[in-house]
Ligand binder design. Structure first.
Ligand code: AMP
Ligand code: MN
Ligand code: MN
Ligand code: MN
Length: 301
């Protein structure tokens, strides 16, 4: 199928053509946080996968957006890039991710929030490093920092270090044994983060003129009762929508998420949460938004 030109962006959306072919992907990562591809390589991959509309949503950083946009302009690539960010928030002891889209990336309040979140990330990384040192890995912080480079440091960087140095068999094991928190079970190098609240994240995204969706509601390991509480709280915090379509979700999960959107009058977003090439997910893969969902991009015109 021929690529549509970037100037067709509003048309693609109205015709639903872009997402019916999985050509809108509003959640992706670069090596400015814990993705493995540079912003330029991510754009190249998106072109290969015939994505027309892509949001880069790195963890608590906007650094990849200008690099990617510069590359798109320079190479004259047929992609519309939506400014995006995935903000970590704290709610009732859970870490909830809020994705902002289509904001003014020079907005002062947004830049201040990003600065605060970066400080929280750095502080947490130092403490994780201290805890891992006590577990017998004295260089974990230095190595994770090196792996993150100038980018946002995440637990994924620590997991990668532990995996690559042969201390754990998989990255998942690094979370299971050291970095993670599952229910009340807190692992040895888990550090309670000092993220902003859901209300703050939504408010600042709105101040910057963007829309705010709750990322991957199915991944928080919440009972149905707690997930509903979270969605009610998100709605009361003036959140705009839920990310109801991810590549790995089954039809039943998609239906349940759609029902929440309809019940609470929330918009819907779709995205792969691409970090690196793997078997189970990729840019634009399996991202069809159901007909009855109100797309989040309806808020952007
Ligand atoms: P952070 O935002 O620093 O807490 O890092 C979280 C990131 O680590 C997530 O965005 C995922 O990419 C990755 N991650 C979180 N939990 C796991 C897990 N159980 N296994 C593998 N990667 C994970
Ligand atoms: Mn991540
Ligand atoms: Mn996330
Ligand atoms: Mn993500």
């Amino acid at each position: 199928m021929a690529l549509l030109s970037t100037t067709d962006f509003p048309l693609i959306i109205e015709k639903q053509d872009g997402f019916s072919h999985g050509r809108i992907d509003l959640h992706s990562h670069t090596n400015c946080s814990d993705g493995s591809l540079s912003p330029q390589a991510l754009i190249d991959r998106a072109v290969n996968y015939q994505i027309d509309v892509l949001a880069i949503t790195d963890h608590d950083t906007l650094a990849g957006i200008d690099i990617a946009q510069g590359y798109i302009n320079e190479q004259n690539v047929p992609i519309t890039l939506i400014p995006g960010v995935e903000i970590s928030t704290a709610w009732q002891g859970f870490e909830i991710h809020i994705v902002g889209h289509n904001f003014d990336k020079n907005n002062e309040q947004l830049l201040q929030l990003i600065t605060n979140q970066q400080q929280a990330r750095e502080q947490r990384a130092i403490t994780i490093g201290e805890k891992l040192a006590k577990c017998g890995f004295p260089d974990a912080y230095a190595d994770a920092k090196k792996s993150a480079g100038e980018g946002s440091i995440t637990r994924a960087h620590f997991a990668k270090v532990l995996f690559q140095q042969g201390h754990v068999g998989t990255m998942q094991k690094a979370f299971d044994l050291y970095l993670g928190k599952k229910g009340r079970n807190i692992q040895k190098a888990y550090v309670k983060p000092t993220w902003c609240s859901i209300e703050q994240a939504v408010e600042v995204i709105h101040m910057a003129g963007g829309s705010a969706v709750m990322a991957h509601p199915i991944r928080y390991d919440l009972s149905a009762k707690w997930l509903r509480r979270l969605i009610v709280h998100f709605k009361e915090s003036l959140g705009d929508g839920l990310e109801i379509v991810l590549p790995q979700m089954n039809p039943q999960q998609r239906q349940i998420m759609l029902n929440y959107c309809l019940e609470y009058d929330l918009h819907a977003s779709t995205g792969s949460d691409f970090h690196h090439p793997n078997k189970w997910s990729d840019l634009g893969k399996n991202l069809i938004l159901p007909d009855r969902a109100k797309p989040v991009w309806a808020l952007w015109s």
